[in-house]
Design a protein around this ligand. Structure first.
Ligand SMILES: [Zn+2]
Length: 257
């Protein structure tokens, strides 16, 4: 566990430099998660209008480390795509005035050595992501994944939400709209879910965005490019801006019982 931690401050410092952040705050409880305050030197005049100023938004790059996620056409690996898009989304949000937290900033998972010893790496990884959220108020949680299917014909980005969570459904619907408008063509609609670990456990607007099929040659190719990754990140950013601009969405999430 400690072996993993010791590389992280360097990575965070590098990330801070990359983002030009002058006020990086790293919580001491969990060095693997990274907080980013809004960029101080680049005040967005529309931040007040957009409604995301000061919102705490968690950007969760799916998979990482030993867990590659899906492998797609041309050898593209899900964990690399999700991390690249997560960094881009974090940057947009930060510029918009949000307080951004990434569950991971490097190629690692969040399982502990104990999880590995107990053969619970996958569960430990998910718990690690959940623990990031449990320590403070979170206004929105966006988990980024890529899809894969046996047939190369399947395509299209799709947003998943917990069936019983109206806040999540609202954000998912807005995000699906921006995906349809901004990304490779798709007629896909939002998909309700009852079982996904993080969706079940995080209240408020919590969604899982499948940003395309790595088994589809067009989407796999696009998702490896910086340009398309930017488009995906910006579509997600726009969705969050629109969601928080809706007065109804600004109300604190009701506690599920
Ligand atoms: Zn995934």
């Amino acid at each position: 566990m400690h072996g993993k931690h010791k590389h992280v401050p360097l990575a965070l410092a590098a990330m801070a430099m990359l983002l030009g952040a002058s006020s990086l705050v790293v919580p001491t409880q969990d060095a693997r998660a990274a907080w980013f305050r809004p960029l101080q030197h680049k005040v967005n005049p529309t931040a007040q209008v957009t409604g995301i100023e000061g919102k705490v938004i968690v950007v969760d790059a799916g998979h990482g480390g030993r867990d590659s996620g899906a492998r797609g056409v041309g050898g593209v690996i899900e964990k690399d795509i999700t991390l690249a898009v997560a960094h881009k989304l974090a940057r947009y949000l930060q510029q918009g005035g949000a307080i951004v937290m990434m569950t991971r900033t490097t190629d690692t998972d969040l399982a502990t050595e104990r999880d590995r010893a107990m053969k619970q790496r996958h569960l430990g990884d998910l718990r690690g992501r959940l623990n990031v959220v449990r320590r403070q108020r979170v206004d929105a949680f966006v988990s980024i994944h890529c899809n894969s299917a046996p047939s190369p014909d399947w395509r299209g980005a799709q947003v998943l939400y917990l069936k019983t969570n109206p806040h999540a459904k609202q954000l998912a619907a807005v995000m699906q709209e921006t995906f349809r408008a901004e990304l490779l063509p798709t007629k896909r609609d939002i998909q309700s879910n009852r079982t996904l670990f993080l969706l079940k456990r995080i209240e408020g607007p919590t969604v899982l965005a499948e940003i395309g099929f790595l088994s589809n040659p067009d989407e796999a190719r696009a998702l490896t490019t910086d340009h398309y990754q930017e488009r995906v990140a910006f579509a997600m950013y726009q969705a969050l801006v629109r969601y928080f601009s809706d007065p109804a969405a600004s109300q604190p999430a009701e506690k599920d019982t």
